[in-house]
Unconditional design. Structure first.
Length: 491
């Protein structure tokens, strides 16, 4: 199994000459991540064997390593690594910049090192190699005491976003003992191939491809212009419930909803009517996502009131209580903290006996407590450890409310490639010219099919029932075929 190292990281190669360090580094890392004392000797002197240039070469190496670590770039330090003071200085520098640092120990037999050296065009002097072999025997026993994240033997490795470091083992668990997981497609951009005139056609193609790929649901963001976390305000952005109505006509199976509806954007009773209509026209497939609303600039741009957070929480709690009344029998009066509805009536009522409500947000004191009391699911963001923690908090709130645990769902981004080469090509094509590839890959969760199978298995093990996935390259239907291979692992 290939070992996954977290991106970014520092890799210190340690071993005598001719032990295979440079060959191993070149086989597993991009050339521009490797800082080689030999190459710098050639740059500072007359060639890699210009020993007189060693002092200048190492001065350059220290400067380059310092700059790369300060910029949090994966760095492979290709020297003999036998100088303990230098190793410890690199380790301390990595810690200062919060970078994991691993040592790779090249314990190649002395006879093999000497044989390799004899085959070189430019050999290490025999006495120098003997001294290195002798020093290596002393250093080998020190490495485990120096405090590296790991001390590795040379083996196949790859550098991946932190979310995928343990995914290989999780993917293996999914193959051996499959578990189920629902998948929702999260539509957050509408800048499709062909521009505005092709929007309806692209959206129809994507919806059909999503159902073919095995998605259980399709969600849209409830905004009126693009949010700054994803794009620019003037990019094409469709109104949510109009889009969901169109998707109802383009699909037959997938559940449909806004993830999540801002509670400040519409009269709540009117929202209940909208969701009920969507449920009827979709054949009973509506999901009602609700959230506190956060985008103050959007409210200002449209002239909407943006109440203080306490009032928005009061409105949200009222909405959670009112909507089921609207969708139920009769026309009861409702008096809430801030809402008063004389007749909670909605005809036709939804086809579903109970329209599921997903509450978005991970606030532990208010939002998750409201979800535990009134919703069917809570949708949270964050890494695996955060999700595990939120799941525990949600369970505790449900127990306090006297309810069985409600579902936990998770919204995330995924950029899926068939293999590492395709992943790198996607990252290079989609990132902005000034954006560091590794940072973009981490932000987009760029990984192979197997990486994502493992990541989603870990989320399922953390208690997630459904993942809502945003695909950053969804300008047409093609990316859905790649994610279909991930979904199939959970069927």
């Amino acid at each position: 199994m290939i070992l996954n190292l977290p991106s970014p990281c520092v890799v210190v190669l340690v071993g005598p000459g001719a032990s295979g360090k440079t060959t191993w580094a070149q086989a597993h890392f991009p050339a521009d991540t490797i800082v080689s004392s030999d190459r710098l000797r050639a740059l500072a002197g007359a060639g890699e064997d210009d020993i007189a240039a060693s002092t200048d070469a190492f001065a350059l190496l220290e400067q380059i390593v310092a700059v790369r670590l300060r910029r949090r770039l994966t760095t492979v330090i290709d020297t003999l690594g036998l100088d303990t003071d230098r190793r410890l200085a690199w380790l301390e520098l990595a810690r200062r910049h919060d970078l994991p640092c691993v040592a790779v120990a090249f314990d190649t037999p002395a006879a093999e090192c000497r044989a390799r050296n004899r085959g070189r065009a430019k050999r290490i002097p025999a006495d120098a190699l003997t001294a290195q072999l002798r020093a290596w025997r002393r250093v080998r026993d020190l490495l485990g005491t120096e405090g590296y994240a790991e001390v590795l033997a040379p083996q196949p490795v790859r550098v991946v976003p932190a979310a995928f470091v343990t995914s290989s083992r999780a993917a293996e668990r999914q193959r051996e003992r499959p578990t189920g997981l629902r998948f929702g497609l999260h539509l957050s951009t509408f800048t499709f191939t062909g521009g505005t005139p092709a929007t309806a056609e692209r959206l129809r193609e994507i919806a059909a491809a999503a159902e073919d790929a095995g998605f259980d649901a399709i969600y849209v963001m409830d905004h009126f212009r693009q949010i700054p976390q994803i794009g620019r305000a003037w990019e094409n952005f469709l109104e949510s419930y109009t889009t969901l109505a169109y998707l109802a006509a383009c699909t037959t199976r997938a559940r449909l909803g806004a993830l999540v509806t801002g509670v400040t954007y519409r009269n709540v009773a009117h929202l209940g009517k909208i969701v009920a209509t969507l449920d009827v026209l979709s054949g009973g497939r509506a999901v009602c996502g609700l959230g506190l609303a956060w985008f103050a600039a959007e409210h200002a741009a449209y002239g909407w009131d943006f109440p203080p957070v306490d009032r928005r929480y009061a409105l949200l709690e009222d909405a959670l209580r009112l909507l089921p009344l609207l969708w139920g029998p009769g026309s009861p009066a409702f008096e809430g903290r801030v809402l008063s509805v004389p007749e909670a009536a909605c005809y036709p009522r939804p086809l579903q006996e109970h329209v599921p409500i997903i509450l978005g947000g991970g606030g532990e004191r208010r939002t998750l407590r409201l979800a535990a009391r009134h919703a069917d699911a809570a949708n949270v963001l964050g890494d695996l450890d955060t999700v595990r923690h939120k799941a525990a908090v949600l369970r505790a709130h449900c127990a306090e409310a006297g309810r069985e645990p409600i579902e936990l769902t998770h919204l995330c981004t995924a950029l899926v490639g068939a293999d590492d080469r395709e992943v790198a090509a996607l990252v290079d094509r989609l990132r902005s010219p000034r954006q560091d590839p590794a940072r973009y890959a981490a932000a987009m969760h760029a990984g192979t099919v197997d990486d994502h199978v493992g990541r989603f298995r870990e989320l399922a093990e953390a208690g997630v029932a459904e993942v809502m996935v945003r695909l950053p390259d969804l300008t047409d239907a093609e990316p859905l075929a790649r994610l279909a291979k991930v979904i199939s692992a959970f069927r």
